[in-house]
Design a protein around this ligand. Structure first.
Ligand SMILES: Nc1ncnc2c1ncn2[C@@H]1O[C@H](COP(=O)(O)OP(=O)(O)OP(=O)(O)O)[C@@H](O)[C@H]1O
Length: 288
């Protein structure tokens, strides 16, 4: 698992990975992204939000080197990424993208073989590969599925197996495209618990999602793509900005809507934070 960020280390404070003035268009298409500045500091969890087609997947592909910036630059530890084999390999040991559909990611016969593919490709000794596979399967809570054929997995299991493949690369930054989409509530909770364990181990997680409630509960920071561009900031600040939410076609998170009602009825003091979860609401309603 990744180690925690050492704030005293040389380069501390420099984002792990960063898009600076990035622009991109698909062939014969209009610009999808223009002048995007997006920095991923170590040790934070970040939710990337925006309407369908706003460019979240494109931004994640630029960040992980699958697409190349047409304008601007991609920086790794503050240095411009060179898009050759060595440069991209360096990027991929720091940043790993997991695409939205696990069937676009899983290709080996069994879960264990699939998860071992990345570390084997790095040329690591077999013992190290085995250790990483065991660690990644454990992190995603799918150790029991190691020998299971990938085509026999449920959708939620395939999602976790695909993420395990990225985790086995021990990235500092894990970039996940809508990882909870299509999961039932229990599956979502299991995945969030796994992401929490990774975060505690020092992995920075960037997650694209349409779920504002999840973003508010899970993320430290948000990045919101709207026609005006990309805005980043503390998640509670951005998801309370009605104008931004409207322009990005997002709604107010449930907890914030509840907080507004409580304040409007004089049930919450100006200085008190509102409850963020059903458990907090319960504690607020029935103080100990
Ligand atoms: N391979 C491609 N070729 C041409 N245009 C593309 C391609 N991939 C995406 N686009 C276009 O780029 C724009 C941004 O797409 P992108 O997938 O990045 O958005 P998104 O925010 O991830 O959307 P969603 O929330 O629906 O997943 C869209 O207009 C889309 O049609």
């Amino acid at each position: 698992m990744s180690t925690s960020v050492d704030e005293s280390a040389p380069g501390a404070g420099v984002p792990l990975v960063e898009l600076a003035g990035a622009g991109f268009s698909y062939p014969d298409g209009p610009p999808v992204l223009r002048g995007v500045d997006f920095a991923v500091p170590g040790g934070r969890s970040l939710a990337l939000l925006g309407r369908n087609g706003s460019g979240k997947t494109t931004l994640m592909r630029l960040l992980s080197g699958g697409l190349h910036c047409a304008e601007g630059r991609l920086l790794l530890h503050g240095e411009p990424v060179v898009y050759d084999r060595g440069g991209l390999n360096r990027l991929r040991t720091t940043v790993q993208l997991v695409v939205q559909d696990p069937d676009d990611q899983l290709f080996a016969a069994s879960v264990g073989q699939d998860v071992s593919f990345g570390p084997m490709n790095l040329g690591l000794p077999e013992r190290e590969v085995r250790a990483r596979v065991a660690e990644a399967l454990d992190a995603l809570d799918i150790t029991a599925l190691e020998d299971r054929p990938t085509h026999l997995l449920s959708y939620g299991q395939r999602k976790r197996a695909a993420i395990a493949g990225a985790v086995a690369m021990r990235p500092r930054v894990l970039v996940l495209d809508e990882p909870t989409a299509g999961l039932d509530p229990h599956g979502q909770e299991r995945l969030l618990a796994a992401l929490e364990r990774l975060r505690e181990g020092g992995t920075t997680v960037v997650m694209a999602t349409h779920d504002v409630d999840l973003a508010l509960r899970w993320a430290d920071d948000a990045a919101v793509l709207s026609p005006a561009g990309l805005r980043t900031g503390p998640v509670a600040e951005l998801l309370a900005d009605r104008e931004l939410l409207d322009s990005a076609r997002l709604r107010l998170p449930w907890a914030m809507a509840a907080e507004e009602v409580l304040r409007a009825h004089g049930l919450l003091d100006a200085g008190s934070p509102g409850p963020r979860t059903p458990e907090e609401l319960d504690r607020w309603a029935v103080p100990a």
